[in-house]
Design a protein around this ligand. Structure first.
Ligand code: ATP
Length: 511
């Protein structure tokens, strides 16, 4: 645990030191749970967004994009249920005065039990070696079974209580499980209350005529209200999808985990419109497709898992999260939701406009069902960044800090380094930069010894360093150093482009 916390601290300071993430308006002491992306962060974020956009829109002939405004007619949020139901149950500890999400307190308690069970299983696996049968052990070991039972009982009860909006019951559950405030260690809790997460604002010049608006808490509703515009003008046939990336805003009660939970963040959402009755088939399809998108990055399949929801949101008939092994444990990275026809029906009712699709094959009109995939771009950033940051012991007894970002996502693809600042080497290096810059983000660096320059690029995550030396002038060759293996090879200048392309072209990452 301490090791994990330590890693998380390193992630945060590394992100700042290397121009990835700064606190918002830092010179005024910052703004809680709001962050700015620096010169490298903005590139990594853009590359993640592009990877998503290309995989979802460019590579699917039945998915198109959209960019709806952040401001929307206020009735949108009445129809979607956000005005009435987009709230979290909060609870305060009277001694530390810290505020928590009541549901998260119970979920963390359940996760601790899960970790205890996993620890037992790991120990046993070590003891039994190759003959270890995990399934059998989980089904028969009384201690593991005990942890799992307690875990299930707690989450199931929480789901029932939240479903019934029984806030007193949630408080009683927290007391019964003897959950203490991590800060004060006390169990002196206030009652549980609901808190709406939408930010309100006003549109208009004078106080009397101004309209109350909300900053959108999700991008999805912009897709729903435009569903018919896109379907008609794009002559889309069901099944089809609309994808969108953009900012969303939530007044989160607890926002203490860096860019994991922000008050202003970016979402990448896709709503897939299907025939009623076929939603489960597509739900399974998108679960699998989205998991593949993640694992294709090579950050380790063991770092992802599905979590099927027991408590379903008011709009869903099935829902699962793809959880990632963040520095603070497995947490939601992406949600896949079967939203039924809830949203389109609600917008029909509130707007008085029909939002139906005429299905020529069935010769009938219906309101389509929707399967949604929804991922936070910032959370994805944290997943990639935290998993890539590594400290390595080297053979010569020294160590290095290396950011092993997937080359596809790395902000800078190559650094071009003249061995010395004279003898015509900078000119050759700059020529290489000029040739590569049409296709890739590259940098030129001539300061310090070449070893130090390598370390700098390792720490910032650049997959290739290309060094121009005196021999280059005679043989037209340069040394390419690979970030992860630190292997060096000598290649012709004309070959550089192919070598970079093999590692950064999306073709080589997805099938
Ligand atoms: P959580 O349970 O963590 O609050 P959620 O279930 O409310 O998340 P959704 O409404 O399904 O999240 O939003 C979809 C995705 O948007 C999430 O999987 C997550 O990646 C991202 N997301 C949601 N809230 C935030 C936030 N406050 N900061 C950053 N990303 C967020």
């Amino acid at each position: 645990m301490a090791q994990q916390e330590d890693h998380f601290k390193k992630v945060i300071s590394h992100a700042k030191e290397y121009g990835y993430i700064f606190g918002s308006s830092e010179i005024y002491d910052g703004l809680s749970a709001v962050y700015d992306y620096g010169q490298n962060g903005v590139e990594l974020k853009k590359n993640i967004r592009d990877y998503w956009w290309k995989s979802m829109v460019q590579m699917h002939d039945n998915i198109v994009g959209l960019d709806a405004a952040i401001f929307m007619h206020p009735t949108t949020w009445k129809a979607s249920g956000h005005v009435d139901a987009f709230s979290d149950p909060l609870i305060d500890n009277k001694d530390s005065k810290k505020r928590y999400r009541a549901d998260v307190l119970v979920e963390d308690y359940a996760e601790k039990l899960n970790q205890k069970a996993e620890k037992e299983i790991k120990k046993a696996a070590k003891r039994f070696g190759d003959s270890f049968d995990r399934e059998q052990y989980e089904a028969t070991n009384p201690r593991v079974m005990g942890y799992r039972e307690k875990q299930k009982a707690a989450t199931a009860r929480l789901a029932r209580l939240l479903d019934a909006d029984d806030l007193a019951g949630v408080k009683a559950l927290i007391e019964e499980l003897e959950i203490a405030c991590p800060l004060s260690g006390s169990r002196n809790w206030t009652d549980v209350r609901q808190f709406n997460l939408m930010f309100g604002t006003k549109l208009g010049a004078s106080a009397e005529t101004a309209t109350d608006l909300y900053l959108r808490p999700e991008t999805a509703q912009g897709i729903f209200v435009n569903y018919l515009n896109v379907q008609k003008t794009g002559r889309m046939k069901i099944p089809f999808g609309i994808a969108q990336t953009g900012k969303a805003f939530r007044n989160e009660i607890v926002a203490r985990q860096f860019i994991f939970r922000m008050r202003e963040f970016e979402q990448m959402e896709m709503q897939f419109f299907v025939r009623p009755g076929e939603e489960m088939k597509w739900y399974d399809h998108w679960k699998e497709t989205r998991l593949k998108w993640h694992t294709a990055l090579g950050l380790g399949e063991e770092n992802y898992r599905f979590h099927d929801h027991e408590k379903l949101a008011h709009y869903a008939n099935a829902a699962a999260d793809i959880e990632f092994n963040f520095p603070f444990g497995f947490k939601e990275l992406e949600g896949i939701h079967s939203r039924t026809d809830f949203d389109l029906k609600a917008h029909e009712e509130h707007s008085g406009k029909k939002l139906q699709f005429f299905d020529p094959e069935l010769n009938e009109s219906y309101v389509p069902y929707v399967v949604e995939t929804s991922i936070g771009l910032d959370r994805m950033f944290l997943a990639v960044f935290s998993q890539s940051l590594q400290e390595e012991e080297l053979e010569n007894g020294t160590s290095r800090v290396v950011l092993k970002l997937p080359a596809l996502l790395a902000p800078t693809k190559a650094a071009i380094l003249p061995l010395v600042k004279k003898d015509g080497l900078p000119e050759i290096a700059k020529k290489i930069v000029d040739d590569l810059k049409f296709d890739y983000q590259v940098v030129y660096d001539e300061k310090d010894a070449v070893g130090r320059r390598y370390r700098r690029q390792d720490a910032v995550g650049t997959p290739f360093c290309i060094t121009v030396d005196h021999d280059t002038k005679d043989d037209g060759m340069v040394t390419i150093r690979h970030r992860d293996s630190m292997k060096q090879e000598r290649v012709l200048i004309e070959k550089i482009q192919d070598i970079i392309d093999a590692q950064v072209n999306i073709k080589n990452w997805v099938q």
